[in-house]
Design a protein around this ligand. Structure first.
Ligand code: NAI
Length: 331
């Protein structure tokens, strides 16, 4: 039988962790592959994580080989092949963006370093904790010996939200929507792009036949969906975020479906004019366990303008973490 894959989840006692761990244990993420789970938490939350570990045991998942809880990053990432960085410092009242980035640099730089020093050679990293794109850039900068492309941030929830809105508008199932993606930052500057997409094989703008909705309400709804969920639920998106993380890693490891693409935030190599090193949402396929940017798409005037704004948003975050010393100014 296949040897188990070691997976580390940070923020394991949090809301996303509570959903994510059970999806991983059930086989949703890696298919019929045994898994070893390593849960990293801050000391105050270790007891809660141990409670979650008890429930994971009680799930009697045939694929779940072990669950261990840590409050030390070096130990938690030891030998790990998949690192899901969920735990982060949320924005509190009175915190500006620089405060938030500084607090998160204090989390993601040491975790990046621990991954670089202790993880398996094939480690793949997905940052979920916000501000996810820039936290991924920070972790990457702290692990210079790990290929930079292994550090990704989650834009899959934004992608899935866009699919859901389009499918609802067209009155079809989510599986009918193909070839869309979301550019840029996981923030309200993100840019859902449907210009190359299809619904049931028909170009989306033809099928929906409402450009005003696509360029206006649709875009805004997708970009502000997180706040709308908080307003309704009284807590931020958790199960949908966990589901998106599962989708991201599954596609990365097992490949994207033939003929379709998805969204992941990857360290830019300059494609589509996105400055090198920014971790930005782009259209991607995955083959042989590697993301490849879908190249050569024609961008509309509107998309170009909006892409420039979300890139500026990412650059402002990058400038802050360069000033704070978490990321070198050259990357
Ligand atoms: P939560 O507050 O319920 O859980 C976060 C957990 O992280 C807590 O248990 C906390 O103790 C832990 N934690 C904090 N610092 C840590 C550290 N240094 N090492 C290990 N664990 C640490 O939050 P929730 O709802 O689970 O969300 C987690 C993060 O995911 C937040 O930053 C949230 O903004 C982000 N998020 C990102 C989304 C995306 O699409 N990229 C979507 C939804 C949430």
């Amino acid at each position: 039988s296949t040897s188990p894959v070691r997976i580390t989840v940070t923020g394991a006692a949090g809301n996303i962790g509570y959903s994510l761990l059970f999806r991983i244990a059930s086989g949703s993420m890696l298919g019929d592959t045994p898994v070893e789970l390593r849960l990293l938490e801050i000391p105050q939350a270790v007891k809660a994580a141990e409670g979650t570990a008890m429930e994971l045991a009680d799930g009697a998942f045939p694929l779940l080989r072990s669950v261990d809880v840590f409050d030390d990053a070096d130990a938690a990432f030891d030998g790990t092949s998949i690192a899901l960085l969920v735990g982060s410092m949320p924005r509190r009242d009175g915190m500006d963006r620089a405060d938030l980035l500084e607090a998160n640099g204090g989390i993601f730089a040491p975790q990046g370093r621990a991954i670089g020093e202790h993880a398996a050679d094939d480690v793949r990293v997905l940052v979920v904790g916000n501000p996810a794109n820039t936290n991924a850039a920070i972790a990457r900068a702290a692990a210079p010996d790990v290929p930079g492309e292994r550090f990704t941030a989650m834009m899959r929830l934004d992608h899935n939200r866009a699919i859901a809105q389009l499918a609802a508008k067209a009155g079809v199932g989510a599986g009918e929507v193909s070839r869309i993606h979301v550019w840029g930052n996981h923030s309200n500057t993100q840019v859902p792009d449907v210009d190359h997409g299809t619904i049931g094989g028909v170009p989306i703008r033809e099928r929906i036949a409402d450009d005003a909705w696509i360029d206006g309400e649709f875009t805004t709804t997708v970009a502000t969906r997180g706040a709308a969920v908080i307003a309704a639920r009284g807590a931020s998106s958790a199960a949908s975020a966990a589901s998106a993380a599962v989708d991201h890693v599954r596609d990365w490891v097992l490949g994207t479906p033939e003929g379709d693409w998805t969204t992941a935030a990857l360290p830019s190599e300059g494609h589509y004019g996105i400055p090198e090193g920014l971790v930005a949402g782009v259209p991607v396929i995955s083959r042989g366990g590697r993301w490849e940017v879908v190249q050569g798409l024609e961008l509309s005037e509107l998309t170009r303008t909006r892409l420039a704004a979300t890139v500026a948003d990412l650059e402002a975050e990058r400038d802050s973490v360069v000033r704070l010393g978490f990321v070198p100014s050259t990357s």
